[in-house]
Design a protein around this ligand. Sequence first.
Ligand code: CA2
Length: 156
Amino acid sequence: MRHGGGVSGTILLLSGPNLNLLGEREPQIYGTTTLADLVDIATKSAAERGYELEHLQSNHEGDLVDAIHGARNRCDAIVINAGAFTHYSFALADALATFTGVKVELHISNPEAREHWRHDSVISPSMTATMAGFGAAGYRLAVEGAIELLSKGLES
Ligand code: CA2
């Protein structure tokens, strides 16, 4: 989607349940960075490449579904850390399947290297790409990767 004012497009960053508590607990897994810091990293990564970034965090599945619907035909890419919804939300998987832009699944940790129940992502089949295990840097890399895919016309 082309935007006015010299902006190349819009990326929607979505954060799922409990991510609002980042920086407060489990620093050995998730680091000491807060969600506000991560959003800042992603916003700067997008701005450096001419994109604007919107962010929504919610602990409620339906809010995230509504945000995905609202991004259809409006945003160019979705970067989503769906938190634990990654592992069981078929509603998010279905919603993401309706979004035809670039979709990047993002995780701070590497779920594949953790408990067995984290190994399955039910949203992955709806996604263009996955970025996992890079900690806070993943927020920069996921945005960079989404824009790289957009530049190659690799929307799904
Ligand atoms: O590594 C990731 O980014 C995850 O998506 C984080 C989710 C987890 O359920 C996924 O398996 C992997 C959980 C986020 C919980 O965030 C917390 C924040 C502060 C303290 C405790 C948990």
